[in-house]
Design a protein around this ligand. Structure first.
Ligand SMILES: [Fe+2]
Ligand SMILES: [Fe+2]
Length: 182
């Protein structure tokens, strides 16, 4: 059983994860438009990861007898100064998400809601990986600077990223996660 306040806060987190998906979809769109298909692939893989993040919370609320409430999404930026700018915005956004997961955990601790604390641990670990991935790519982009050949090489590297998370949630997240490493 979740408190009213916890359901509300988890619903807000669904919105933030959905916005993350929307943001990365927009970054994928821009990358593809300027001819960087590998970056487009990387961000579309990230889009799927964010959809999973949203769906896991959606299902958690349901399993605890609550109703997921979906709110309006803001429009993400549509153009970016450079790939470095895009990844710096990605990192800034992920740092915001990390703070918001931390705030949720603080609320769960204050409410002695152990189930939600355990549920949120997955997100805490996930955020370390996401920030780390962004930092790695930012470091590479700083080395590349304005070198087109370097950018094309990184684009080829990013084209290899595969979606490893489930993308069909019609039978629920738990069912979809079975057999995946996610
Ligand atoms: Fe996320
Ligand atoms: Fe994320």
């Amino acid at each position: 059983m979740l408190s009213e306040k916890m359901v509300q806060s988890l619903n807000e987190q669904i919105n933030r994860e959905m916005y993350s998906a929307y943001l990365y979809m927009s970054m994928s769109s821009y990358s593809s438009f300027i001819g960087l298909k590998g970056f487009a692939n990387w961000f579309m893989v990230q889009y799927h990861e964010e959809m999973l993040h949203a769906m896991k919370i959606y299902e958690y609320i349901q399993r605890q007898g609550g109703q997921p409430i979906l709110k309006a999404l803001s429009a993400p930026p549509e153009a970016f100064k450079s790939m470095l700018d895009m990844f710096e915005q990605t990192l800034t956004h992920e740092q915001f998400i990390t703070r918001s997961i931390n705030d949720l955990t603080e609320l769960a601790i204050a409410e002695k809601d152990h189930a939600t604390q355990i549920f949120l641990q997955w997100y805490i670990t996930e955020q370390i990986e996401e920030e780390n991935n962004d930092n790695d790519i930012i470091a590479q982009l700083k080395l590349i600077k304005n070198n087109t050949q370097g950018l094309m090489m990184l684009d080829r590297e990013l084209s290899a990223r595969m979606t490893t998370v489930p993308t069909d949630f019609s039978k629920g997240v738990e069912a979809a996660m079975k057999g995946t490493g996610a």
